[in-house]
Design a protein around this ligand. Structure first.
Ligand SMILES: Cc1ncc(COP(=O)(O)O)c(C=O)c1O
Length: 423
């Protein structure tokens, strides 16, 4: 595969005159890997095609939602049927109850509110925490990304790091001041931040497996201590599982590590490729939301029937456990193929179906965002166009993780390994 992207290049040139940076979401602009973003026109299973008809084995998978791969027939059928019945009602419908049952079972939770995005889920969870505690502040951890609500654009994840912005313009200092930031995985810093701010914290929010700024695997005892300190200080513990949720089994990452948050925020997989977000947790907290309580949240498109039908079909398939068996085999295959290679210039951190190629071997793969080296970032960047040329599509940033889907095959894994190793 060689030559210029042709149609993608032309479309992107025009898009830049129509939309800021030519995109609907910043990382898509390829700013940190160079070159032109590929305009995808079709996806099927583990593969997608661009406007020039070039085929890519896709390890971005729409940044996580497509755990079953592109255009899974069962999901598409469910979406088509729901669409024929009406795109939106703006009133109650059965799909809400079906998806609620699935999600509450998976998270052993009492209530769920459906929203449209992960960002909204986080905004709402934080508002619940403030209303519940009567406090203002939120503790977040450096490198964790929680969407683009003002209060969360402080030491956020990949998109912001990729653009070289520590914060965002347009975020009022008064709002940023209510966000306290601590490093991930540092027990001493955790004790210190609770000692100083504990009585004013409404919430502590964390991605239990941070996956937006590399794959920063945390020790369980650090998460356990966070749980204990939040309880001790009366702060609501929020696990942001927008990426993690339903990724490692029909449950959250909280269940994997045996730590239970008060609230969990969901997105991505719960909508199976259509826009669904959710907040799940205890009735005592969720019932603060209007109209049960006085904490306001609403949405014209919240609980949209077509989007929920996609989520129901996706979660129903996941609940059988079969996709997770496939994902486990593919992950093991990736490890096995990499293990056969000698003198690799990179390491791969893999947890289940998430993997992060890290192009620096001078030390272990970091578990804190601040420790990601320029060597690793440049190593990724300098190889990215070559991977595209070979028909392997990874998320276009050194700070992003790759996603396996149950529609990938051993051959797709081999294509990935060959691309990464330059074979
Ligand atoms: C952990 C986490 N939280 C929140 C969000 C924001 O979700 P959305 O993009 O649906 O608004 C993301 C998106 O990548 C995420 O990974």
């Amino acid at each position: 595969m060689s030559g210029s992207p042709g149609a993608s290049e032309r479309l992107f040139a025009r898009a830049r005159t129509l939309m800021p940076g030519g995109v609907s979401s910043p990382v898509r602009a390829f700013g940190s890997v160079g070159g032109t973003p590929r305009y995808f026109s079709r996806g099927e299973g583990g593969v997608a095609w661009d406007e020039d008809g070039r085929r890519y084995v896709d390890f971005c998978m729409a940044w996580g939602p497509l755990i079953l791969g592109h255009a899974h027939p069962v999901v598409i059928d469910a979406v088509m049927k729901a669409a024929r019945d009406g795109l939106a009602f703006g009133t109650c419908h059965r799909h809400e109850l079906t998806l609620a049952d699935l999600v509450l079972e998976a998270f052993a939770a009492e209530r769920v509110r459906f929203v449209v995005s992960g960002t909204e889920a986080v905004m709402t969870a934080l508002r619940i925490a403030r209303s519940h505690t009567g406090r203002k502040r939120t503790l977040k951890f450096s490198g964790c990304f929680h969407g683009h609500a003002d209060a969360m654009l402080v030491k956020a994840g990949s998109g912001v790091v990729t653009l070289g912005l520590a914060d965002s313009e347009g975020v009022n200092a008064s709002i940023a001041q209510d966000t306290v930031v601590a490093p991930l995985g540092d027990l001493e810093a955790l004790e210190a931040v609770f000692a100083e701010h504990g009585p004013t914290l409404a919430a502590a929010i964390v991605e239990p497996l941070p996956a937006n700024n590399g794959l920063l695997v945390q020790e369980v005892r650090w998460l356990e201590r966070l749980r204990a300190l939040a309880t001790q200080h009366g702060a609501v513990l929020i696990f942001d599982e927008v990426i993690n949720g339903f990724r490692f089994g029909f449950h959250g990452y909280g269940q994997v590590v045996g730590v239970k948050p008060d609230l969990t925020t969901l997105g991505k997989i719960i909508g199976g490729g259509l826009p669904v977000g959710a907040i799940v947790g205890k009735g005592e907290l969720l019932d603060r939301l209007a109209p049960a309580g006085k904490t306001y949240q609403a949405g014209t498109m919240a609980g949209n029937p077509v989007a929920l039908a996609s989520g129901i079909a996706t979660l129903s398939l996941l609940k059988t456990g079969e996709p997770y068996e496939v994902l486990e085999k593919l992950g093991a295959e990736l490890d096995a193929q990499l293990a056969k290679k000698k003198d690799l210039p990179f390491q791969v951190k893999r947890v289940g179906s998430l993997f992060w190629p890290y192009f620096d071997r001078s030390g272990p793969v970091p578990t804190q965002a601040e420790r990601i080296t320029p060597v690793a970032v440049n190593g990724f960047k300098s190889r990215y166009q070559g991977w595209l040329e070979r028909g392997v599509y990874l998320p276009p940033s050194a700070y992003e993780v790759g996603f396996l889907s149950s529609a990938h095959t051993t051959e797709h894994v081999t294509a990935l390994v060959d691309a990464l190793t330059g074979n």
